[in-house]
Design a protein around this ligand. Structure first.
Ligand SMILES: *Cc1c(COP(=O)(O)O)cnc(C)c1O
Ligand SMILES: [Zn+2]
Length: 422
């Protein structure tokens, strides 16, 4: 994978170290622009860079947010002069108690619930907003399975932009309200995510000042996921972990964490030690896991039916690249039932004090399964990406957890309830 830009591609935009857009299929390059499909083969475009000298010291001296990696992102030099959210630098915790339950000796949890709207989507949206401003857009938009809607609406209001957000009408109430509260236009569509995504693609073609973060500025947006990998490496003391487990919706995050590790190695910021990348899906929406198991290179789209709605993309754009990445690094993709997801949410909360949304349950439950099937090495240092907050998917656990007892306001009743606990 060569990431070096062909410097003959010229541009009038200041997007930091970004130099061109490069086709992920045929490697054709075009100048930086609001494009997402290759003019030659219609393959997806990604950002190609010419990185200057980047040192650990310059990163460590930066702000306590994703902007400390500004020199590695497609954002303008003056990015911090404009209001934006300040996601990132979320905690990486040693998860010994969860590790003991899963049989993994050296386990870490990257807790991305600590972002401004409580999911990793704040990272990609902040980068998309910064790039979109430079590219001349004025309205921030997205089709979303929920978390992206929250992040886009919040970032737009922070920046003083209008927003237009499209969601499937079946979304969790918390995600609907957490979008609506920021103002902006929120359209609940009677359809699934794939319907909403198709509508967004059509609207993007009709409104030239609308930046659909994951459609017409997707190459820039996607790069924001690299910051998860950068942070994990920096927080481990500038090392790459041996194994990472990542939830898969469109698959973008998984492929960009791989890209981040490759870039850190190429820039000499870490030893380029080998690592394995694992993908996690819910069985009710597991097209990538299915293709992995069957040894296929193409993804057969599915109609999602799972409580893990943030991962419910039946036709994942980066699915084939997830297969490439997991196979190339020696990882795997697996899937788990909704019952396993709920049990894993409770396990993570009980052992580490981290309350994850359903996507986090997918990651933990899939990790458990991968250990049991022998695909994940229990002796290798492992990082789990917990990408969203359980407060947004309370319904998933609502009928399973509650007060130990409800008692009258008397000492006697409390004592009796405490005695009854066993
Ligand atoms: C969107 C999302 C993902 C997956 O993102 P992709 O890059 O589309 O694969 C994972 N976890 C949560 C909580 C999300 O909202
Ligand atoms: Zn191409």
């Amino acid at each position: 994978m060569t990431l070096t830009a062909d410097l003959s591609a010229s541009t009038s935009f200041d997007l930091g170290p970004a130099r061109a857009l490069s086709c992920r299929e045929c490697r054709h390059q075009i100048p930086l622009a609001a494009e997402f499909a290759c003019p030659q083969c219609f393959g997806p475009l990604e950002v190609a860079y010419d990185f200057g000298t980047v040192t650990r010291e310059s990163i460590e001296a930066g702000p306590k947010s994703i902007w400390r990696y500004q020199q590695l992102l497609p954002v303008p030099s003056n990015v911090r002069e404009h209001p934006n959210t300040e996601p990132g630098l979320t905690r990486l915790i040693k998860a010994d108690r969860l590790g003991a339950e899963l049989g993994i000796r050296n386990l870490w949890v990257k807790d991305d619930t600590g972002n401004p709207t409580h999911s990793f989507k704040d990272r990609v949206v902040a980068v998309a907003l910064a790039a979109a401003r430079e590219l001349g857009f004025t309205v921030l938009c997205c089709p979303s399975t929920g978390n992206l809607a929250n992040a886009v609406a919040a970032a737009a209001s922070r920046a003083g932009w209008d927003s237009v957000v499209l969601i499937p009408s079946s979304l969790e109430q918390a995600k609907v309200q957490m979008t609506a509260v920021y103002g902006g236009t929120l359209l609940a569509v009677d359809g699934n995510y794939d319907d909403v995504n198709r509508l967004a693609t059509e609207l993007a073609a009709e409104h030239e000042d609308w930046a659909f973060v994951n459609v017409n500025v997707r190459p820039y947006y996607a790069e924001g996921s690299k910051t998860l990998g950068f942070e994990v490496a920096e927080q481990l003391g500038w090392r790459l972990p041996e194994q990472v487990v990542i939830p898969v919706a469109s698959g973008s995050q998984l492929t960009k964490v791989d890209k981040s590790f490759t870039e850190l190695g190429a820039l000499g910021l870490v030893e380029p030690t080998p690592y394995k990348i694992f993908g996690a899906q819910a069985t009710g929406c597991s097209p990538v896991s299915k293709a992995f198991a069957e040894g296929h290179d193409v993804i057969q789209p599915v109609r999602p039916d799972t409580i893990a709605r943030s991962l419910a993309i039946g036709n994942p754009a980066d699915g084939p690249y997830v297969l490439d990445t997991t196979r190339r690094t020696g990882g795997a993709v697996a899937d788990v039932s909704d019952e396993e997801v709920v049990a894993a949410i409770r396990l993570l909360a009980r052992t580490e004090g981290v309350f994850a949304e359903t996507a986090g349950g997918v990651t933990v439950a899939t990790t458990k399964k991968l250990v049991e099937t022998g695909q994940l090495d229990p002796d290798a240092e492992t990082v789990l990406l917990i990408t969203g907050d359980g407060l947004k998917t309370l319904d998933a656990v609502a009928d399973q957890v509650g007060p130990t007892a409800t008692v009258p306001a008397t000492t006697k009743a409390v004592r009796a309830a405490l005695a009854d606990r066993a």
